[in-house]
Structure formats: C-alpha cells, structure tokens
Design a protein around this ligand. Sequence first.
Ligand code: TXD
Length: 314
Amino acid sequence: MPRKKVSIIGAGNVGATATYYIAEKVIADLVMIDVAEGMTRAKGLDFLHAGPLRGYDVPIYGAADYAQIADSSVVVITAGLARKPGMDRMDLLKANTEIVRAASRHIARYAPNATVIIVTNPLDVMCHVALRATGFALNRVVGMAGILDSARLRFFVAEALGCALSSVHAMVLGGHGDQMVPLPRYTTVAGIPITELMDKATIDRIMDRTRKGGAEIVGYLKTGSAYYAPAAAAAEMVEAILTDRKHLAPCAAYLRGEYGVEDLFIGVPVVLGRNGVEQILELDLTDAERAELATSTAAVRKGVDELKTFFKVA
Ligand code: TXD
C-alpha cells in the first residue's frame, strides 16, 4: 500500500520539528509549505540528508507552492506568528486569522479529503477560522493543545512522585490559555488519581505550573515559544489519524452542546482515528470544575466574537 501524504503548513520551529518527528515514524510522505521558500527547501533537503543516519526513508519536500499538498490525508497548520514575551495569545488574532484563512482555502482546494490539525495560536479561535474557510465536516478540523498541556502535566507529576512518565496519564480541558482546566481527579498514576497520592499544596503547584507551562518557556526563550513538545504533540495526533489508532486524548473539538457549549472549539477528550474526531467524551465534572470550564470557555468565546467583529466570519 502506498504511504499516505502529510503536509505541514509553516516550516518554522513547530512545523519543521513536527515534520522531523513524523519522518522518524516512517508513516507518511511529507511536504512542508512556507512563504519563506528558501528556508523550507533547505530544511526539506537537510531532513533528507539525515535519513541515512536516522533510519527513515521517506520523501520530504519543502516548497512554497500549495499544489504540492495535493491529496494529503492530514494537513497540519503551524503557519503564523509566535507569541513574544508579554504578548497575549489574543494579540495574535488578527495576523494569524489572515494566515490560517488563506492556508485553509488552499487545503480545501488541493486536499479536500484531509483532516486538518490546527496548531497556530490563538488555537481555539484559529480552529473556528479553519472550519469556516475549509467548509470541511466538523470532525475533520481539530486543534492541538490538550495533548501538549497534558504532557506537561504528566511530566510534572512524574517528576514530583519520582515515577515513570509512562505510568502517568492526565486530562486537561478548556481553551488553550492560562485558563485551561487541568483535572487532578482525572490525572492518574497506574490508575490511581493523584488526589490519593499527593497533598493539595503539591497538586495546586503542579496545576499552576501546567497552566503557565508555555509562558515559562517563552520567558526563557524571549524570542519565540516552545516547539519540541508542541511538535511532538502534533506528530502524535498525525500518527493517531493516519494509523486509525482510536487514540483517546484531549484535543480542541467543535462542540454542539457537549459540556453545555455550543458552536465553539474547546479542549475535551476525543477519540482520534481515521475519520478525525470520531467521538467526543463527556466527563462527569464537579461544580468547581464546571465553573472553571465556563471561565475558560468564556475566554475562547470572546476571541471568536472579536473575530466575527473584525472579519465578519460566521
Ligand atoms: O499548543 C499550541 N497549539 C502551540 C501553538 C504551541 C506552540 C506554538 N503555537 C503556535 O504555533 C505559535 O503561537 C504560532 O502561532 C505557531 C507557530 O509557532 P512556531 O514557533 O513554529 O513559529 P515560527 O518558528 O515563527 O514559524 C512560523 C512559520 C514561519 O516559518 C513563517 O515563515 C511561516 O510560519 N509563515 C507562513 N507559512 C505559510 N504561509 C503563510 N502565510 C505564512 N506566514 C508565516
């Protein structure tokens, strides 16, 4: 069976790193599209040169021309501006809307059967832009945030308990922002909720560090945002979809009444498979968790409303 094609729009830090991680899985032919044509061509060649050493043997092509993404099964949009120190994710709204909208129109034209994974910030709002601009079915547009946020939470829990990362599973709901909702009751070590294993002060500290995980890295980097873990999260989503893995993880999905939310992309547990978002799971939440989710949802709603005002998006 011929390998499927995966295209990455934006060959910057997240896009190029995700391309590299996917190449190492040897599950797809790869195309990177970027307005910086020389840079994307260079990275494509560089990745090919690494193939003999790293043990992957897949075509990887960097280009500026969207025709190259033809018939991709999955397209990941990472194109856009990255957050600078002191800059809120919402500050990126206007610039990145134009970029994501243009990319989405090209995807609809050249890869009409693709599932689209959005990475560009502000994440939940950009999902909305892509859904409208592609005209794709609701299950075919999904945002990457919860897998990254829960990976950070998993690391902090494993570090605090001194246990293996692979034993820790975590759940983070809500928008991808400081008001995300990490859920201690649904964060477990070998099936044991961390509420049974740690005191409240430790849990609160870990949850706070998870919420600020992106900002902590921006603070050190000064001129950009995290990209190794974000790229790994995007690569995991690509693999789940391409290999029909039915992977259950938090992703930004379009809600139609689930969790009491209508017409908004919010991070919730989903099953990722060949058809994109194949299921949305509704967890039982306490009143406090529900209230946190409502606050997070309101922040995303505000972004979408601003978007509608600026750009007359439906
Ligand atoms: O959890 C998450 N969802 C995120 C999101 C985690 C990390 C980064 N997150 C966001 O992803 C970040 O706030 C940005 O909005 C995107 C991309 O971050 P990255 O760190 O990769 O930014 P870079 O290195 O600046 O790369 C962006 C690339 C760069 O090469 C530009 O030339 C390109 O995007 N770009 C374009 N490509 C194609 N088409 C257009 N119009 C375009 N404009 C810029």
